[in-house]
Design a protein. Sequence first.
Length: 265
Amino acid sequence: MDVAETVRSYYDASVETEWERIDNRPEFLITCRYITRYVKPGDRVLDIGGGPGRYSLWLAGMGCDVTLLDLSPENVRFAKNKAKEAGLSIQAVQGDARRADQVVEGPFDHVLLMGPLYHLLEECDRVQAVEASLRLLQPGGTHFASFISLFAGMVYAMKFAPEILLDENEAAFCETVVRDKSFGGMAFTQAFFISQKEVLPFMARFPIQKLHLFGQEGILSPCESNIMCQSAEVVNAWLDMAEKLAEREDLLSWAEHLMYVGRKL
């Protein structure tokens, strides 16, 4: 089974889990704050790797014209049903991010590439996905690209599986973290964990002007379960603080996901 088929099968079998994964979580809430700096009602938005549609439905609720493209047919089906239940209109199609421009027709005002770069293990495939997404984005449009941070595995282990450090099967990944080198291989499924120092050089090869590089969970990821159960006032105060610190280079490793926001030249 190749990487694409492995990833497709994983998401086909975990649609509900993925839908719930970012519900009322710092990753979603902080990312939405950044998106709304640029995306306005009536804008045409393409959500590549949009999964079961959490961002797409939120954007449609804002009044955007949204197209979701995802590798998993079950994600696409789920997103369509969720949109119908919510009385929202989105287009949702199945397809590979590397060939997105062969599946949907642009141009779009904004493109979200928030999933495919988690799973494309080869750099040539990641380049292909970004290039395809940029062909669908109008000049001056906003591009949002997400990566899984190399340190995400350590954050996850500290929160949920501290015994990982004693697992011989995890030795290669742990050594990669120590050496601060990106890692591609089997994790929750086939996944690519990028060293934060490699994000900007990777994105610099494309015709895009950097606007932001930020941690999508900000500083909240290690302690989010304690923060998110507090009163709304406390939660919002911490979200405000996390947003203020989200682009601090020395704090990026606190986040499990990194987002590069750029404007197409």
